[in-house]
Write a protein that binds this ligand. Structure first.
Ligand SMILES: Nc1ncnc2c1ncn2[C@@H]1O[C@H](COP(=O)(O)OP(=O)(O)OP(=O)(O)O)[C@@H](O)[C@H]1O
Ligand SMILES: O=C(O)[C@H](O)[C@@H](O)[C@H](O)[C@H](O)CO
Length: 166
């Protein structure tokens, strides 16, 4: 079990990289509440994604401000799963919770495509949108408070890596 104490972590990356899986493991590990970013999309954004239409900056604006409010409201720490694809999106979250840290789950296009296609029957996000996720992604590497991990590593190893860092 990791050292307890307030910390705010975002698990980020493209669709299918494993945010929900690692986010849940880290929330358990640190004894922190999990904020599942997908639960805060506007209904219209969910409809768009289901229909194979990529979200725009405008679609994500209200979502990011709701996630910022969540981070601000959790004053004893939290783990948030959020694609956080652009620098500007991450900066909005940092503004809500200064010192916020990001675990970037790096995955190849091919593997993301494979994972998303495999779960297509049970998940709202279609494989046709994976290319757009990569087109939108601005790598966070080099920004403060970022740990890049290999999203194909086993979950336990990923959790241990974050524990050693956070
Ligand atoms: N470390 C891992 N190694 C191998 N497969 C993984 C790993 N983490 C997650 N997966 C698998 O990849 C798929 C996507 O995982 P998950 O739902 O956690 O990703 P996500 O980033 O939250 O996706 P989305 O944001 O699109 O919902 C699942 O089938 C999951 O079992
Ligand atoms: O910013 C975005 O385009 C979205 O957050 C997506 O990444 C999805 O919500 C998620 O990954 C699908 O499950």
């Amino acid at each position: 079990m990791a050292e307890t104490g307030a910390r705010w972590l975002v698990v980020m990356g493209v669709s299918g990289c494993g945010k929900s899986s690692l986010g849940a493991a880290l929330a358990r590990e640190f004894g922190l509440p999990l904020i599942e970013g997908d639960d805060f999309h506007a209904p219209e954004s969910i409809r768009k994604m289901r229909a194979g239409v990529a979200l725009t900056d405008a679609d994500r604006a209200g979502w990011l401000s709701r996630l910022g409010q969540e981070l601000a409201a959790h004053d004893k720490g939290a783990v948030l799963t959020c694609s956080a694809l652009k620098r500007d999106y991450r900066d909005r979250l940092r503004a809500a919770r200064p010192g916020l840290r990001f675990v970037f789950m790096a995955l190849s296009r091919e593997e993301a495509q494979r994972r998303v296609a495999e779960r297509a029957a049970v998940h709202m996000f279609p494989a046709s949108l994976v290319a757009n996720q990569f087109a939108t992604l601005e790598s966070p590497v080099g920004e403060p408070g970022v740990l890049e991990v290999d999203a194909t590593a086993p979950l336990e190893r990923l959790a241990a890596q974050v524990r050693d860092w956070a």
